[in-house]
Write a protein that binds this ligand. Structure first.
Ligand code: SF4
Length: 223
């Protein structure tokens, strides 16, 4: 699956941020919203002088929320971002030093620390582990689940984050770049091709996909 997507589309070069703090903020803000909205919100944070963890924690009431307005659910995202900034500062000041210490933790300790922030769930935590700290953990999301279910790699219609993650990590060697690329390719596939109504005719994985085979058999049976 990974090899065929990579062959069809090439490397995606995700995550689009070189600065680990920008990456971590992006991970918090990107849930349920397009990346261009995250970029708008990041630009507004910068313009309002709310870039560093210290500034986010000390932001005047309402300004953080106003800056995050393009990201939907901006109140809860402001709360999460404030929580993340507080966590970073608990590891040291200035915030960049705290962030470096936080990201240097082992994968289980970093995950536990991130999950202690109200509103940060396993996907956001693992985004930061994989893209910010370089730990080989596979990030699961709703696109992954839908694709795996249709293809036949994952049989359970329930969204079970950790079980899906373990299945991928058993199937692929623990390689950070490969996990990043695979996740990015699956996100692209889920957004552009394997949508709620799948476009199997243009899918690089159609050959061997259980759902596509079922659709084709249904069409043959109907003729
Ligand atoms: S062939 Fe169709 S159902 Fe299967 S992964 Fe591609 S788009 Fe999704």
């Amino acid at each position: 699956m990974y090899g065929r997507l990579l062959q069809a589309w090439g490397p995606q070069g995700w995550w689009p941020a070189a600065d680990p703090w920008e990456m971590a903020m992006g991970a918090v803000l990107t849930q349920a919203v397009a990346w261009r909205n995250v970029e708008m919100a990041l630009a507004r944070l910068k313009a309002h002088g709310l870039w560093e963890p210290e500034a986010i924690v000390e932001a005047p009431p309402g300004l953080l929320e106003a800056s995050l307005r393009p990201t939907r659910y901006f109140s809860s995202k402001a709360q999460r971002l404030r929580g993340l900034a507080q966590l970073v500062l608990a590891y040291g000041r200035p915030g960049r030093q705290g962030l470096a210490r936080l990201l240097a933790l082992s994968a289980p300790s970093l995950r536990q620390a991130l999950l202690s922030v109200r509103g940060i769930g396993p996907e956001t935590a693992d985004d930061i582990l994989l893209y910010g700290a370089g730990h080989p953990v596979f990030v699961v999301d709703r696109y992954t689940h839908r694709i795996f279910l249709r293809i036949g790699f994952w049989p359970d219609p329930r969204y079970r984050y950790h079980a899906i993650q373990r299945a991928v990590e058993r199937a692929l060697p623990p390689d950070v770049v490969q996990y990043q690329e695979f996740h990015a390719l699956l996100v692209r596939l889920g957004k552009e091709v394997c949508r709620p109504t799948p476009r199997c005719g243009m899918c690089p994985l159609a050959d061997g996909c259980r759902h596509a085979a079922g659709e084709a058999a249904g069409r043959r049976g109907g003729v």
